[in-house]
Write a protein that binds this ligand. Sequence first.
Ligand code: MTE
Ligand code: MO
Length: 212
Amino acid sequence: MGQPDSRGGGERRPDADRLPPGQRPQRGWPVTHYGPVPRFRPERWEFRVFGATADGDKRCWTHEEFSALPHETVLADLHCVTKFSMRDVEWGGVRARTLLTLVPPAPGVTHVMVWAEYGYSANLRIEDFAAGHTVFATHRDGELLTAEHGFPVRLAVPHLYAWKGPKWVRGVEYMTADRRGFWEERGYHNIGDPWREQRYSYQEQPGEGPEL
Ligand SMILES: Nc1nc2c(c(=O)[nH]1)N[C@H]1C(S)=C(S)[C@@H](COP(=O)(O)O)O[C@H]1N2
Ligand SMILES: [Mo]
């Protein structure tokens, strides 16, 4: 199901046809990440939801099981903090909302940490994670992701800078307090809203992130 109106924060933004401040459009699809591209080993791979779940149990899916979860598509833009943006990316995969339904968080959950291979991580407020267009993508434009773009699973959180969307995701930790992820510990903004140009941690206002 295409969602032409999903570019903004859930409802259509009046400025949906513009780019966030300081961004320029990018042709093609560059590869941007820190560290090596992990090799996918299906027999060792699992996707885990753990931490403060409602019933206290963690939940794991094999690759085959994860691939069988309800598949939906989301049309969104991607904004890299290095200032390029890609318009109208069609992600296909499992909505974060679907996972929240399958594994309800405990009432006190305020944030999640999304974990990827090699310990890469990104923290999100639960409302950013629960947004209707937040999707664990397995496909782009109907094709399986390539290794360098995050196969088998990457997260897209279209209303935040793209570092908040780990490639090669392996799990989600439900948290009852905020904690910084990989880039958030290394000088990037704890929230990362491109429309507010929240690029760096020195721009954080009181209450926007845990102590550095
Ligand atoms: N695991 C992991 N995921 C990551 C990154 C990374 O370094 N490691 N970089 C992020 C950044 S900064 C961007 S812009 C996007 C780039 O996605 P792409 O290479 O598919 O364009 O991936 C994000 N996901
Ligand atoms: Mo980025």
